[in-house]
Design a protein. Structure first.
Length: 306
């Protein structure tokens, strides 16, 4: 039987907000939009707001400041309206715009903040990531940006043999306890003495040699964050950038599509070989094929996560 819980909370203006929970925890989809300064992040957020006008979005401009002992929140309407960047969200029809500066990522600090008590159907975070729990990670990069991939001389990292063994067992669907039981039975059957305990994760000896230096694929520091992206939007400032945008798009595809590149980067890529959506888009044109494809990817997330 489906259980329904109805509760009341109160918004910043003191008015009651009705919240309904059906058979579980209320979940508002969270979309994170990251990328370097000037790439077009705010323009992409504005495109989302314009297309999904049926949604009630809280839009948060997040910035990491390691000097802060606690988050600093810009939430009052008068303060938001004086901030030109936050005002852009309101002009694009965001229901609520918030400035959020934080020293370290904290789920509790973010979700217990006053603005999170406001009614909304979805949340967009632009800038730094204060929570690490997004339903969709978007990385926006300008077509004029530097190359995504580079090759560097690197040594193989020392291998933790204990952790590697446990990882192999986990990949095979075998827990450490199951492995110990199987090993004990095998030892008893063979009569070869007592079984040695499986190493704890991180407790195994390391390989004696770090390996031979070799050229390996890396992600350029200018594209920090692209490894975990599920949607990559390469923005155009004009048609003359189309060729450069297509070249960057080909590099993004290689992250998971090129076996050699993937082998060198597999520990960095957050979603492994799961295909990502990557587009070249003119965000000033809502009918642009890349823009439409990117916004369709957002819509799928909003529907599946809500």
């Amino acid at each position: 039987m489906l259980s329904v819980t109805v509760s009341f909370t109160y918004g910043a203006d003191g008015g009651p907000l009705l919240m309904c929970q059906c058979g579980g925890v209320i979940h508002r989809p969270l979309i994170h939009v990251g990328g370097p300064p000037g790439a077009g992040k705010t323009a992409f957020v504005a495109s989302m707001l314009a297309v999904h006008d049926e949604e009630a979005f809280i839009v948060v401009r997040a910035r990491r400041d390691t000097s802060l002992p606690a988050p600093r929140v810009t939430f009052r309407v008068s303060d938001v309206e004086r901030d030109p960047e936050l005002r852009r969200y309101l002009d694009a029809d965001a229901m609520t715009a918030v400035g959020y500066a934080f020293g370290s990522a904290s789920v509790d600090d973010f979700f217990m903040a006053e603005f999170m008590q406001e009614y909304s159907t979805a949340i967009i975070i632009e800038g730094d990531d204060p929570v690490g729990l997004a339903d969709l990670y978007v990385h926006v990069v300008a077509a004029s940006a530097d190359a995504v991939l580079a090759r560097q001389q690197q040594k193989s990292a020392p291998v933790d043999l204990g952790s590697a063994l446990l990882a192999l067992l986990a990949d095979a669907g075998i827990s450490p306890d199951q492995a110990r039981l199987r090993l004990a039975k095998d030892v008893q059957r063979r009569g070869v003495g007592a079984a040695k305990p499986l190493p704890a994760r991180g407790a195994g000896r390391r390989a004696a040699s770090p390996g031979t230096p070799a050229l390996r694929w890396t992600i350029s520091g200018a594209h920090d964050g692209i490894a975990r992206a599920q949607l990559v939007v390469i923005t155009l400032r004009g048609d003359d950038e189309r060729e450069r945008g297509d070249a960057l798009l080909a590099e993004v595809v290689r992250l998971r599509g090129d076996p050699e590149v993937f082998a060198d980067l597999r520990h960095q890529l957050g979603s492994g070989r799961i295909p990502i959506t990557a587009v070249v888009a003119d965000l000033t044109n809502r009918k642009d094929p890349g823009t439409r494809k990117a916004l369709a990817r957002v819509r799928r997330t909003l529907r599946s996560a809500s």
